[in-house]
Design a protein around this ligand. Sequence first.
Ligand code: CA
Length: 183
Amino acid sequence: GPTEQDPATVLVVEDDPSLCRALAATLKAPGFRPVTAASAAEGLRWFAHYAPDLVLLDLGLPDRDGLSVIADLRARGSTTPIVVLSARGGEMVKVQALDLGADDYVQKPFGVDELLARLRAGLRHGVQARGSAPVVTAGDLVVDLLLERHAPQPRTQGAPHVESITLETPAANRRQAASSVAS
Ligand code: CA
């Protein structure tokens, strides 16, 4: 299993190659380890292979609807956080995705900062469910996503110094918000 020093692995299932590359770069910058898949089948294969800490899932995939991927993963008993990233914006599809077991829903076009904040929130929920802590590394800091403590690593002289990293996100319960819309 992953040790405390492993970066959080995020499986990106997205068939748009340029968006996939941009997401990988966006995830690498703050210290995540992205793994990318261009179809549902490839996503499920990499899910089994890499046991990611979080899945970032497009719904409009070439081989299967992303909603069925959520259902599939949950039917297998996986509690890995799933954040949907989709251009579909209707309330019904959001409710469907959350009811099938997605943890969050980000609509395209999205802001990078908001996406990263939601991924951090998703990872914290996953950590609470699983009881082990992936970390995000940023410069000479290692951020424990469970304890949210900042542990400075030994630094060599002249190494760039990272002042701080912000992990706080709004505590809004989006699943609850989505459910109240449906009822
Ligand atoms: Ca797509």
